[in-house]
Write a new protein. Sequence first.
Length: 453
Amino acid sequence: MENITAEKLTTPELEELLRERKLHEARERMSEMMEADLAELLSELDEEHLSIAFRILPKELAADAFSYLESETQQTLIKALSDKELNFLIENLFLDDTVDMIEEMPANVVKRILSNTDPVTRREINELLKYPEDSAGSIMTTEYVRLQEGMTVQQAFDRIRKVGVDKETIYTCYVTNAKRELLGVVTIKDLLLAEYETEIRDIMETNVIYVNTMEDQEKVAHSFDRYDFLSIPVVDKEHRLVGIITFDDVIDVLQEENTEDIERMAAIIPTDKPYIKTSAFETFKKRIPWLLLLMISATFTGGIIAHYEKALGAYVVLTAYIPMLMDTGGNAGSQASVSVIRGISLEEIEFKDIFRIQGKEFFVSLLCGVTLAIANFLKLIFIDQVSVTISLVVCLTLVCTVIVAKFVGCSLPILAKKVGFDPAVMASPFITTIVDALSLLIYFQFASHILGI
């Protein structure tokens, strides 16, 4: 959404203002920007101008924009800030943003950050850092509004006004007892529509959806999608409320998970860095392992062709249709695997559905295979003008290859998930390699029996 209240400040304009020492004008122009847009603008500045621009910003805006910056830019700023400035910055960051930042920083920078936080904040940061990566505990924040069931609505409003300014969200408040056990939730809407004398226990929702600290972050994201939450409470093994996860963190999780799946499906080892900031050598290291594995596995295809060398010598025309059969099989398998992988990621498909999916894919593959075979048969007879027996070999192979490819494509991701592997690994490159070998075996078997070679 465009900011229609002011003309967008560009990097050259900001640099010119800073060079001419028009700091007040630069501050005013930057103050009119949204935090995310401001972070993008700051990240394009060189180190000298970045430091000046960040320092002249209003302190609260600077802290908000800082959380949107890439790790490298954050690290540059931290090195430039004084201990006093760093302390103020950390105090104004939400705790989960601070933890996310620390996880990306080298040890010497982390040490300086922690040394400039108060003992309470330092202890909370250390607690969050203990949770496994990709768990609910690792992305939660401890900054939420906690109410007691015996409070009146008036008392609840008083508490929200007192502590809400430092919390990540006040739209949903969480009700606990003296042991911090989660009892219910109450929204600002509930409070506004109730009488001031009403007790929280009378209006709170007790059927609370929550997640455990060790829950996988991808499952947490699915909970947000399923229930349309703005936030979700996180509890420990004793059902004590220890934090909340907000929708902005879940958006980041979804983006990370989707990027990781896309990279795995393309036979690339996932990386946390943006493509444009990843060096050529780092990119090489992420891609070469799978390329080597797929190249070695492709030697099976060459071995099959070598084994049937005599058959190809007798009917050289058979060679011309190998690429078409292999490509069609690979494409058919990829269609099935991508559909199933997406269904698994959305939790629409489970292992118990495997036979139902295989049956569906068999029917689909039969229709696709027969349609392709008919079209190909007409091409072979009238355009390529090959014999009916050769056409029969190619078309029968085509039908069987499509059936086998879709069966393999729909089954492998489900089986991979069952044994604990990422289903995205069983995508196009891997499926294609398997199907290539199977399609050749089918091709030469039909050729051997029908052509008598």
